[in-house]
Design a protein around this ligand. Structure first.
Ligand code: FE2
Ligand code: FE2
Length: 581
């Protein structure tokens, strides 16, 4: 991970570009399979046609202006199985000359178009959803679904007389929205429609109507959508698509003529979207598995606390076990409040510090009196602390804990620095230590769930230092921890929105108030206490900001200042250590 960031841009993207080029080639082969297998240049008069051929609507040689203006290319020249005559071949030559035999130039053009479309999608992923790129199998499953829907469309065009609107372009949109979120799904659907374009012809109807239907379906789907919800979304998407089709038809000189002209398309569009919804519903579980999601039954087993690893943890590191339970309670509540996967967060919290089994006494929560860090140099202390995430990953993998849970182990400290030991090194050696020697070597949170755990983990440890805190103290602590994580960029890849962060702040304050039985101060009481509860998230001029910005501006030059200024904001382990000294 750390090296990846230092490589030049090209070195980082060439493997993905090569994969995209190969995939673009595969899609181009699917797109051109009709001309590659049996171009009509080889057809024999008097024999049945091996496939159906349609005229593109925008084709200049289509006779009437009216026909050309129609939203969809629906004019079938030859049906599959129909006996071919001279006139058919002539029509084909006049209306689809490019399909007479394979034209390498055309093929090359489509290949480049596909490659660029895929590269665009990759760059968007890299920018907004790096997590998906890190887990190769989620990208592979999206690509697989794209290739399959393209193949299904090809077969439908070649072997049936159905409307082109029946092509299952919508599968990716409906299938992946719950997994990648609406924003990425919009882009994915745009990609699906673009990839379909060379096959069905670029025409306003064929581009706009599938886009609208798909986007409506995406809008109606959420993070926790099941198969029934997918079908319902498909139904609404097709209904709006039909309205759009009718609207576009009214634009044409032909007008709305359901009986002859667009009847087939109305049925085709409804059938295509609904079939996509059905297929997505059926495929949703296997694809969720491909994405590394944990099945509900497996997750339930991880939640009952009788996992051998957790029993081991309770025995060897009872303090850490208690800490994990406390973190789980708080993090589950927060996840619920922002609509994240609360069961997953709870399970992740149980296992996040499992690596502390190895050296339990190096962590304050398991110490009774003696602190081994007093006898070793700070550099060694840092490496002991750092080892708990690496050891955790090894231990969890050995016990066959799902990868999605292991993410919580890798990401709960991210790449944060152990400032207490950095400060100690600075004080003993008199020179500024290298940040990399005192950083965790995990990965910053790449999901909302792991980000919640990172925040709550710091929060839980820090809140243990509070004794009968006033409301202002709790608010200050929450403010400091949230700003600290934000300003250091630890939450950059997490997908948490500003709305989520606001809610997390409010929920944390409420949770701690309840825990410490703090009397809530209402706004009308604020003459007594100058800071009303909501000011936690709105008052950016508060002290925490000043501390935080100082740390960001000069993290290396002034390692001592931050710890002294804001002990509560240091990561839990080293903060606890500072108390024990
Ligand atoms: Fe930890
Ligand atoms: Fe922890």
């Amino acid at each position: 991970m750390s090296q990846a960031h230092h490589k030049p841009f090209f070195a980082r993207i060439w493997p993905a570009s090569l994969a995209n080029l190969v995939f673009a080639g595969l899609l181009a082969v699917i797109s051109f399979s009709d001309v590659l297998i049996a171009p009509y240049g080889e057809w024999v008069v008097g024999q049945p046609a091996p496939r159906t051929y349609r005229a593109p609507a925008t084709h200049p040689s289509i006779e009437s202006e009216i026909e050309r203006a129609y939203p969809a290319p629906r004019r079938i020249i030859v049906r599959r199985g129909q006996t071919i005559n001279e006139a058919d071949l002539e029509d084909l030559g006049r209306l689809v000359p490019e399909r007479k035999q394979f034209d390498p130039r055309l093929g090359g053009g489509v290949l480049i178009f596909f490659f660029l479309a895929l590269t665009f999608f990759n760059l968007v992923l890299r920018r907004y959803r790096r997590l998906l790129l890190l887990r190769l199998r989620s990208v592979v499953s999206m690509y697989l679904a794209l290739a399959l829907s393209l193949l299904a469309a090809r077969l439908l065009l070649d072997y049936t007389s159905l409307s082109m609107f029946a092509a299952p372009i919508f599968i990716c949109a409906i299938l992946f929205t719950p997994l990648i979120g609406q924003n990425m799904a919009f882009i994915l659907h745009l990609l699906a429609v673009a990839l379909m374009a060379p096959m069905i012809g670029i025409n306003r109807g064929m581009v706009l109507i599938p886009l609208v239907s798909g986007w409506i379906a995406i809008l109606l789907l959420g993070r926790k959508s099941g198969p029934m919800r997918m079908l319902l979304a498909a139904f609404c998407g097709s209904a709006i698509g039909e309205l759009f089709l009718a609207g576009l038809s009214l634009f044409t000189p032909l007008g709305l003529d359901l009986s002859i002209k667009i009847g087939g398309d109305v049925v085709g569009l409804a059938g295509g979207v609904m079939a996509s919804g059905l297929a997505a519903g059926i495929l949703s579980y296997p694809v969720a598995f491909m994405f590394g999601h944990i099945s509900p039954s497996r997750l339930r087993k991880l939640l009952v606390l009788d996992h051998p690893l957790l029993k081991d943890l309770a025995e060897k590191a009872p303090g850490t076990f208690q800490h994990s339970l406390a973190v789980a309670n708080m993090a589950e509540k927060i996840a619920d409040d922002i609509g994240a996967d609360s069961d997953l967060v709870r399970a992740g919290a149980y296992f996040h510090d499992i690596g502390k089994i190895q050296l339990p006494t190096y962590f304050i929560e398991n110490q009774q009196g003696e602190n081994p860090h007093d006898k070793i140099p700070p550099l060694e202390s840092a490496s002991k602390l750092r080892s708990h995430t690496e050891a955790g990953v090894t231990i969890a993998r050995g016990a066959n804990v799902p990868e999605r849970i292991i993410d919580f182990i890798i990401e709960h400290h991210g790449r944060s620095t152990m400032e207490y030991f950095m400060d100690k090194a600075y004080k003993t050696d008199g020179k500024v230590p290298a940040v990399s020697d005192y950083s965790y070597n995990g990965r910053n949170p790449t999901s909302r769930e792991t980000a919640i755990l990172m925040i709550v983990d710091s929060m839980e440890a820090a809140s243990r230092t509070l004794k009968e805190p006033a409301q202002a103290e709790i608010e200050n602590l929450v403010r400091r921890i949230l700003f600290f994580k934000l300003l250091h960029g630890y939450l950059d890849d997490s997908g948490l929105t500003t709305g989520d962060l606001k809610q997390i702040g409010i929920s944390l304050v409420k949770f701690l108030q309840a825990q410490f039985h703090v009397r809530v101060v209402y706004p009308w009481q604020k003459q007594e206490n100058q800071r009303p509860p909501l000011q936690v998230m709105t008052d950016t001029h508060a002290g925490a900001w000043a501390d935080g910005s100082a740390r960001v501006a000069q993290p290396v030059e002034q390692p001592a200042a931050p710890v002294a200024a804001a002990p509560a904001t240091a990561a839990p382990d080293e903060r606890s250590r500072s108390k024990s000294e």
